[in-house]
Every structure is written in structure tokens, then in C-alpha cells.
Ligand binder design. Structure first.
Ligand SMILES: [Ca+2]
Ligand SMILES: [Ca+2]
Length: 624
């Protein structure tokens, strides 16, 4: 009898323990690791698992203190504030979580910081190439699709599905980019997008664009995962190329693991009924704006499957800021492009930018704020306007100059139109703290492709690229522009995101090689190559001053110059050859008696009258 009772008690105790063990678990800790020797000694761990928030946490590790444990609405989360002293050594600490007689332990690694360059920044000495990894090159067909993912499809015949491109594929073409004169690669986001197909405009589409994160600490395994990204960045750096990471703070994918079981209701911006952002930027800067308009712009959701994060929730803010720092430290990326910048909480953005710049003083941050005027564009970057809110963002994508350059190519010359447009855009640079930190472009993955916008006009194509590569700012080019890829977004943006020919096995043409390109494509490729490589070794085009002259009779002339060199760019936007009298430019041409045509090597010994053929932009390096 006693024996039976003992056995029964033993079984009951065992059952109770099993119950507790299943009832309480730690399934995730984010960040997944941290480092010793960071400038900011604190890190907040988000601990997740069934009832993880009901445990009493402690740790014992020399130089590391658990300063505070926070619990939130959802008992499945705990937030632990760790303080890591400068004396702490790298190693793995053990987090201990206790509830009653139950004890759980969770290892957490504190790595040593290695010496490889991180957050080195991009500057106006760089030339950025924007590519969509799914559409650029497929290096590993084994990772094209996974049956266990929410979207198990990959099909190159379907423009809306994944096509199988990956980081290993892009890594194979770094020589191609170097030859072209590119110095930095910007991929659309590489983080896991384990999103189902979504219905957009009546068509089921995959999340190949990458803007719906589902796990911040995983690079999408269809792109090769974390190891492939590390390898890619290392190889790019070894080849002298920088890497720009595309970051999204405003929203995540609806399939994000923390959205399925949110820490608290206010993790997201919540509305009584679904509310989309208006996509209108005026209410953010308008001193007369109604508060509701402002809220809808900022807190409305970007689309129904990209829920809007509430960055005024301190745990959300910490999560996002730490992820940014973790990414730079873990992968060694150089610069940071921020998606949908203007829809974020601006005080949060300033905190986030400051945290990145504190750890990585040289990092460059440039956000996407799709506006059409200089005042609104300046608001999101360091500026000289007396706005009630002052942004600390060093750069931004130059949407104003983008529109202006396209107008300059599309419009006929008149009082305000044609080449007056880029002139006028640059004439307003006084509002920026440093306009050379803006990233310039002629198209991107969200716009009609450049060549189509300018009516397939190869002369105009060369003029626009000449402006891009010689005016102020950090130039960026969308993949395929150099081989004359074109298309409008009509009927869908898939049209401007076609596969790079030669990046995928079975491709009939390989345009990564000169032999695979047509004569005209080689002409285009060689044009970009020549100008980009000239720019690469010409500091006057990076940091030199810009003097521009009032456009006259369809011509637009400007100079970039420093102590070493003066480069003159003379555009004739008309259909007729022009003989340009250069007397007007004496301020900049005084003392120069000859010039070299940078694109043809032709020598000019008479600078009094410049022959400008119809629809051309001459690039002349002036000589004595
Ligand atoms: Ca692949
Ligand atoms: Ca928002």
C-alpha cells in the first residue's frame, strides 16, 4: 500500500513537472545575440514563448547585469534590460527563468566585435547599383522554393511569383558590376518574407520584393539565409564594393511571428475599422493640417497585409533600433536605405538614426520620402528650414531631382520647362544642410523604367545618365538600365522587375557578357562604364563645387570643380546643332585654353565656340 502511494505521488509530481514544462517555454530571444564593447552598454532582450512573461529572470555573468525585467499585456513575452560593462568578456551567458520549483535556462551569446569594416557609409564618391535579388541572378536552384513556407511557389513563367534569384547568384556577377564602375550594391530587402501570396489588384502575388518582414533575425532562406548574406558582404568588400541594406521600420508582414501573437494590442497602430494611409505627405509638414489627416498619413496601414508598427511603444522602438545595429554589426553592411521614411514616427526615426550613427559614425542613412517639392523633401533630412521638428537624417532619396531630370528630358524648352527643371531643382539646394548626401536616380523598382519614360530615345538616355553621373549627390542606377531594360508599370510593376537576361539557367541570352549584348546594348553599357569609371577617379565630380548657368535656348551648362580639376557639362536639349559661345562662362573657364572630351578622348583647342550636336551632353575636362 505504502509502495503504491509512493508510486502514485511520484507519478503526480512527474505529471505536474511535465505540465509546467509544457506550460512555460522560451522559444525565441531577440536579438539572437549581442556583442561586448558596444558604445551603448544596454540591450533589451525580447524573450518569447508560452508564459515566458511569468518567469522570474536572473543571470550570473561577470560584467553583465540584468537591470530590469518588464512584462506586458501578453504573458508570452518578457523584456529584459541588460547592462554590459566595458570590462565584460565575450562568451555565452545563461538566462535563468524561475516559476515555483520550475527553472528554465536559455543561453545567450555575447560575441567579440571583430575588426572588419562596418557601417563605412556611401558618399558622393560612390555609384550605387539597385537590384532585386530575386530577379538578378540565380546561383542556387535548390533554394528557389520551400514546401514549408507560406508561399511555396517559384515560377519564372509567372511575373508575379518568385523567380529564384539569390545572393549566391549576385555574388557571381560582382566583376560585371566592377567593370561597369559601380562601387556599392543596394538590394531590395533581404530579410525573411514568409508571406502568403497576396491579392493585389485581383492578381495573386508573391512577396519577392521583400518589404514584408516576418522574422527580423533571418535572411530569407530563398535568398540563401544568413550565411549567404555574410558571405556576400565579405566577397563584395574583398572586391572593393560596398553594400547598402534596405530597411523597413514602418511596417512588417502580416505573417510576422510577433504579429500572430502580439506583445500588446498597441504594438500596432489600431483603428476601429481598417484604415489605410492616405499616402499624402502634406499633412506631415503643413502647419495648418488637421490632426486626423496627419494620423491617417502616419498611422494608417500601408496596405492591409503590411500592418503599421507603433513606434511610440518603447518596446517596438527598442526592437527596431537594436535590429538595425545588430544587422550592421552582424553582416558588416555599409549604408542604410530606409523604406517609406515619411510614414514613420519622426522622433523615433531620429532616435534610430542617432543610435546607428553613435555606433557607426561613418554610416550613411538615406530614406525614401516620395514627395515632389523641395520643402517636403528637406523636412526628412538635415535642413536649414525652421521646421518645428528637425530631422537628423544625413541623406535621402532625391525625388525632386528625379522628376526634374525626367522633365528636363521629356519637355520642350520654354521659360520654365525642359532643362530649366533640373536647373531649378538644384537652385533650391540652400534648404539642405548638405545636398551632396542626397541619393540621385532616374528610376527604381517602383517607377516606370527610365528608357521608356524618355520614349526609347537613346540620345536622351545618354544626357540623363550624364547628369546623374556628373551633378551633385550620390548617384544610383536601377539594374538593367545599362543594358537598355525598359518598360512601364502598366499593367503592373512586374513589368519593371523583369529578370536580368543571363542570370538564370536556361536563359537564351547572357547580357552579363559583351558577346551576349547587341551593339546598341554594348554602346549603352560602355557609355555608363566610361562615365562611371571617369567619375570614380575624379574627385571634382564627388566633392567639387557645382556652378550652374541659367539655361538658354535649350542649352544647360554647369561646372564641377575643385583645386585639381574643372569639368564642364554642356547640354544641348534641342533637335538642332548649336554653336555655343562660351564668353558667358568666363568665371569658370578663365585661364583654360583646351579641353578633353571625357567620352571620346577628343582634344579641343578652341574653347570660344563649342559645337554641341543635337540632343547631347558634352563632358569636358578643361586644361591649361
Ligand atoms: Ca535560387
Ligand atoms: Ca506608420
Amino acid at each position: 500500500m505504502t509502495k503504491l502511494l509512493t508510486t502514485l505521488i511520484f507519478v503526480l509530481i512527474l505529471m505536474a513537472r511535465v505540465t509546467v514544462a509544457q506550460d512555460v517555454q522560451i522559444q525565441r530571444v531577440n536579438p539572437t545575440n549581442w556583442w561586448v564593447g558596444m558604445k551603448n552598454p544596454t540591450v533589451q532582450l525580447m524573450v518569447y514563448g508560452p508564459n515566458a512573461g511569468t518567469l522570474a529572470y536572473s543571470l550570473s555573468y561577470p560584467g553583465v547585469k540584468l537591470a530590469k525585467t518588464h512584462t506586458v499585456e501578453n504573458p508570452n513575452y518578457a523584456f529584459l534590460d541588460l547592462v554590459i560593462s566595458p570590462a565584460a568578456k565575450a562568451g555565452t551567458l545563461k538566462l535563468t527563468g524561475k516559476r515555483g520549483s520550475q527553472t528554465l535556462t536559455q543561453p545567450f551569446e555575447l560575441k567579440a566585435r571583430d575588426k572588419t569594416p562596418k557601417g563605412s557609409g556611401v558618399t558622393s564618391a560612390d555609384f550605387i547599383y539597385l537590384a532585386m535579388p530575386d530577379r538578378f541572378a540565380n546561383g542556387d536552384p535548390a533554394n528557389d522554393k520551400f514546401a514549408d513556407m507560406a508561399d511555396p511557389n517559384a515560377d519564372r513563367a509567372n511575373p508575379f511569383y518568385r523567380h529564384g534569384g539569390d545572393l549566391a547568384g549576385a555574388a557571381k556577377h560582382l566583376d560585371y558590376l566592377k567593370e561597369l564602375g559601380v562601387t556599392a550594391i543596394w538590394f531590395t530587402p533581404v530579410l525573411e518574407n514568409n508571406q502568403p501570396l497576396t491579392n493585389e489588384g485581383g492578381v495573386m502575388r508573391s512577396a519577392y520584393h521583400g518589404y514584408g518582414f516576418t522574422d527580423h533575425y533571418a535572411i530569407d532562406k530563398r535568398l540563401g539565409g544568413n550565411d549567404a548574406y555574410k558571405t556576400f558582404v565579405k566577397k563584395a568588400h574583398a572586391d572593393g564594393l560596398k553594400v547598402v541594406q534596405d530597411a523597413v521600420y514602418n511596417h512588417v508582414g502580416i505573417n510576422h511571428w510577433f504579429i500572430k501573437d502580439m506583445p500588446s494590442k498597441d504594438w500596432l497602430h489600431q483603428w476601429p475599422t481598417y484604415t489605410n494611409t492616405s499616402y499624402k505627405y502634406q499633412p506631415i509638414t503643413d502647419p495648418h493640417a488637421a490632426e486626423i489627416d496627419r494620423r491617417v498619413t502616419l498611422d494608417g496601414w500601408f496596405v492591409p497585409f503590411l500592418p503599421d508598427l507603433n513606434q511610440s511603444n518603447p518596446y517596438v522602438a527598442n526592437f527596431l533600433i537594436q535590429h538595425a545595429i545588430w544587422t550592421v554589426e552582424e553582416f558588416g553592411v555599409d549604408a542604410w536605405r530606409v523604406d517609406t521614411y515619411m510614414y514613420n514616427d519622426m522622433p523615433f526615426m531620429n532616435r534610430c538614426n542617432a543610435a546607428l550613427m553613435t555606433e557607426y559614425p561613418k554610416i550613411h542613412i538615406f530614406g525614401e520620402s516620395w514627395v515632389n517639392n523641395v520643402v517636403d523633401q528637406a523636412y526628412y533630412t538635415r535642413n536649414k528650414i525652421d521646421f518645428p521638428f528637425k530631422s537628423n537624417q544625413p541623406g535621402g532619396l532625391d525625388f525632386v531631382l528625379y522628376s526634374a531630370m525626367l522633365d528636363g528630358l521629356k519637355q520642350n524648352f520654354s521659360w520654365d520647362d525642359g532643362v530649366n527643371r533640373p536647373y531649378q531643382a538644384l537652385a533650391q539646394d540652400a534648404v539642405y544642410a548638405d545636398p551632396t548626401k542626397l541619393v540621385t536616380f532616374l528610376d527604381n523598382h517602383d517607377t516606370d523604367r527610365y528608357l521608356s519614360v524618355i520614349g526609347d530615345d537613346f540620345d536622351k538616355y545618354k544626357i540623363g545618365l550624364t547628369w546623374l553621373l556628373t551633378t551633385r549627390g550620390i548617384p544610383s542606377m536601377y539594374y538593367g538600365t545599362e543594358i537598355l531594360m525598359k518598360n512601364f508599370k502598366d499593367p503592373s510593376d512586374a513589368e519593371v522587375r523583369r529578370d536580368f537576361p543571363g542570370g538564370f539557367s536556361g536563359d537564351k541570352e547572357n547580357k552579363f557578357e559583351a558577346a551576349g549584348r547587341t551593339d546598341k546594348e554594348n554602346d549603352a553599357f560602355n557609355f555608363v562604364k566610361r562615365l562611371a569609371n571617369y567619375r570614380r577617379v575624379t574627385p571634382a565630380l564627388h566633392s567639387g563645387k557645382l556652378t550652374q548657368y541659367l539655361p538658354q535656348n535649350g542649352t544647360y551648362v554647369y561646372f564641377r570643380y575643385d583645386a585639381g580639376k574643372t569639368v564642364m557639362v554642356a547640354t544641348n536639349s534641342t533637335e538642332k546643332e548649336i554653336s555655343l559661345d562660351t564668353d558667358r562662362f568666363y568665371e569658370r573657364m578663365n585661364g583654360f585654353t583646351s579641353a578633353k572630351n571625357v567620352l571620346t578622348d577628343e582634344k579641343l583647342t578652341d574653347l570660344k565656340l563649342l559645337k554641341l550636336p543635337a540632343k547631347t551632353a558634352l563632358v569636358l575636362e578643361l586644361g591649361k
